[in-house]
Design a protein around this ligand. Structure first.
Ligand code: GLN
Length: 247
């Protein structure tokens, strides 16, 4: 069994340890005997999406997003076909914003891929801090750290989770991230997967299923990772009734 991870533009989009997500994916596959190949792409590289199982896009500054968006515009149809074919995508913060139609900042419009029916607009001040979100498909919350000026509106899409603590997509509607087909977009850095091994395994499972591997992932010793996750949950959102979301 082998999966190939494509890391898009790490020289530009790699904030707050986003690269740690790749390491986490790779290790959790290898520990189960699944071969994990990682390909890093620069803006000038040609990407064969048909060979990829997981596409990862990290976060970046507005300036870096502007540089990347031009290139994404050229490969828009290839990425859309990959998503249409249930390709797995994990996009963090700036990368997440680029999945939608646009990210509007003061005097500039950063065009997105329009893979999801969402848009982002710059707001007053940045949304910064720890986040705890509850999904409806994982048995424990997802935790992370957000720092974004953009506010994302996902319309009728399903959010990745509901905010128990923090701001999430826009600090107003209580949603965090997006889950669309096998596409996960989220504002959570940290990096995301080392703090949320259950979400990492969900992603690996989806990629395996798409290739026709009908395997249950063997459990790993996640004591330390889950203790870290539980600590953040207990510190910021001790119980669902104690919601301190900014919505
Ligand atoms: N530049 C974007 C914003 O500020 C994304 C930031 C990020 O990826 N952390 O909203």
């Amino acid at each position: 069994m082998k999966l190939k991870i494509g890391h898009l533009y790490p020289e530009l989009l790699n904030l707050y340890g986003d690269r740690g997500n790749i390491l986490s994916l790779q290790k959790r596959m290898q520990w189960r005997g699944i071969e994990a190949e990682v390909a890093e792409y620069t803006l000038s590289d040609k990407i064969d999406f048909s060979a990829l199982d997981i596409v990862f896009v990290g976060g970046g500054s507005d300036r870096e997003q502007l540089l990347v968006c031009k290139r994404l515009g050229e490969i828009k149809s290839e990425i859309s076909d990959y998503v249409g074919d249930n390709g797995v995508v994990v996009a963090i913060c700036g990368g997440y914003q680029l999945l939608g139609h646009y990210y509007k900042i003061k005097d500039e419009l950063i065009e997105g891929l329009s893979i999801i029916d969402a848009f982002t607009e710059g707001g007053n001040g940045r949304l910064i801090g720890n986040v705890v979100a509850q999904t409806d498909f994982l048995d424990r919350p997802v935790v992370g750290f957000e720092n974004h000026g953009g506010r994302t509106h996902i319309g009728d899409h399903k959010p990745l989770g509901s905010v128990l603590f923090g701001s999430g997509n826009n600090g107003a509607d209580g949603g965090e991230g997006i889950l669309h087909k096998n596409v996960i977009g989220t504002y959570l850095h940290g990096p995301l997967f080392p703090k949320n091994p259950h979400l990492c395994d969900y992603v690996i499972q989806k990629a395996l299923e798409r290739r026709g591997f009908d395997t249950d992932l063997a459990p790993l010793d996640d004591k330390i990772e889950l203790a870290a996750n539980a600590y953040i949950v207990s510190r910021f959102a001790p119980s669902p009734n104690n919601c301190e979301c900014s919505a």
